[in-house]
Design a protein around this ligand. Structure first.
Ligand SMILES: Cc1ncc(COP(=O)(O)O)c(C=O)c1O
Length: 345
C-alpha cells in the first residue's frame, strides 16, 4: 500500500493512479465475481468494439469522508440503474445494482487513504465503466465485456467559494434527437470535445447545447444539467429525450420540492425566454452546483441573478445537497450508502 503525499488543498480533477481498481469479465453469458488489481493498464484485443465502434459506457459518482470518519456514497443505486440503461442502449450486458455497489464499495475501502479529509471540500471520484472487448471486426456487439471501477481523489470544485460562470450557446449538437444523448456513452463526449474547446477558447466556462431538433430550447450545460428558478418559486429543468438524466438534477428536483417548497417543472426552456428566470445553474457530480452568471447567445449576454454573487435559492440548494453528501444534513431515505472508515472509533 502506498501512502499518498497529496496536498488536499491543491487537488483538481486530474488522473492520479490510486492503489486498487476492480475488474470483472463477461464471458460465457455471465459476469465473473470480479477482483481488485493494482495494474491500471488494460490488455484488450485490437478488435475490441469499444475501440472501433464506441461500444462502451461509463458512470461518475463520489465518495465523501464524513465528520465521524465513515464514508458516504451518494445514490450509487441510481448510477447503477443509469448504467444498465446505457448498456441496454448499446447492446451490452447489464451489471446488477448489487455488483455495481459492491465493486464501488471494494474500491473505496481498498483506496481509503486517498479519500480527502472531511471539510477539505474534496472527495473520491469513482469511474465505473463497461467496454466491449474480444476479437472482432464487423459492426456487431462484442463477444466479451469488461466492467471496471477505478477512483481518483478530486478537489473542491469551487476553490475560494462558489462563483457564477458564463456559458455560450453552441452551434453544435452533442447528440441526435433519437440518438444516445440520454445514455452516458463515450460517443456523446467525443462529439462535445470540439464545441467545449471552442467555448473555452472564447473565454467561457463551457458551452450550452440546444435541443438538436429545433435549436430553440436549452438542453445541457457542457457535462452538467441545466436548472433555473422563477420569480414565483418554480425550479424549471429541461425535459428532453436527448438530455442525460443526471442524478444531481434528480436529487435537486426532490430537494427543491420537499425542503425548499418550490414547484418543480420539467419542460421547455426556450432560449429566447430567459428573462423569466431569476437564477440559473448547472448541476452534476463534477459541477456540483455551478451558478450561471450569464449566457451568451449570438451578440447578447443574458445575465441572470448576477455575474459576481450566488442567488439565494441556488445557495440553499447547494447547502442542502453538499450537506447531505458529507453527512451533515439528514438524507432522504435510501440516498446514502455509508461505509465504515478504518480509523473510526
Ligand atoms: C452530459 C452530462 N449531463 C449531465 C450530467 C450530470 O449528471 P450527474 O448529476 O449524474 O453527474 C453529466 C455528468 O455526469 C453529464 O456528463
Amino acid at each position: 500500500m502506498s501512502v499518498p503525499s497529496i496536498d488536499w488543498s491543491t487537488l483538481g480533477f486530474n488522473y492520479i493512479k490510486t492503489d486498487y481498481r476492480y475488474l470483472s469479465h463477461w464471458r460465457d453469458d455471465a459476469w465473473d465475481n470480479g477482483v481488485l488489481t493494482e495494474d491500471n493498464v488494460l490488455h484488450i484485443s485490437e478488435g475490441s468494439t469499444a475501440l472501433h465502434y464506441g461500444q462502451q459506457c461509463f458512470e461518475g459518482l463520489k465518495a465523501y469522508r464524513c465528520k465521524d470518519g465513515s464514508i458516504n456514497l451518494f445514490r450509487p443505486d441510481q448510477n447503477a440503474l443509469r448504467m444498465q440503461r446505457s448498456c441496454d442502449r448499446l447492446m451490452m450486458p447489464r451489471v446488477s445494482v448489487e455488483q455495481f455497489i459492491e465493486a464501488c464499495t471494494q474500491v473505496v475501502k481498498a483506496n481509503e487513504h486517498f479519500i480527502p479529509p472531511y471539510g477539505s471540500g474534496g472527495s473520491l471520484y469513482l469511474r465505473p465503466f463497461v467496454i466491449g472487448v474480444g476479437d472482432n471486426i464487423g459492426v456487431r456487439t462484442a463477444p466479451e465485456f469488461i466492467f471496471g471501477v477505478f477512483c481518483i481523489p478530486v478537489g473542491a470544485y469551487f476553490k475560494g467559494g462558489m462563483k457564477p460562470c458564463d456559458f455560450i450557446i453552441s452551434d453544435y449538437d452533442r447528440a441526435a434527437p433519437k440518438g444516445t444523448g440520454a445514455a452516458k456513452v463515450g460517443g456523446n463526449y467525443a462529439a462535445s470535445l470540439l464545441p467545449g474547446a471552442e467555448a473555452k477558447q472564447a473565454g467561457f466556462a463551457d458551452c450550452i447545447y440546444l435541443d438538436p431538433l429545433t435549436h430553440s430550447c436549452i438542453e445541457e450545460v457542457g457535462s452538467a444539467n441545466f436548472f433555473a428558478i422563477t420569480e414565483d418559486k418554480q425550479l424549471v429543468t429541461p425535459r428532453s429525450a436527448s438530455v442525460l438524466p443526471g442524478i444531481t438534477r434528480l436529487s435537486l428536483m426532490q430537494l427543491a420540492k420537499d425542503r425548499l417548497g418550490l414547484t418543480v417543472v420539467e419542460g421547455d426552456v426556450r432560449v429566447d425566454e430567459l428573462s423569466r428566470f431569476t437564477e440559473a445553474g448547472a448541476c452534476g457530480t463534477a459541477a456540483v452546483i455551478t451558478p450561471i452568471g450569464g449566457i451568451q447567445y449570438g451578440d447578447n449576454l443574458h445575465v441572470f441573478h448576477s455575474r459576481e454573487t450566488v442567488g439565494p435559492v441556488t445557495q440553499r440548494l447547494y447547502n442542502e445537497l453538499t450537506g447531505i453528501q458529507s453527512g451533515d444534513v439528514e438524507a432522504p431515505a435510501g440516498w446514502i450508502v455509508n461505509i465504515p472508515g478504518s480509523q473510526q472509533a
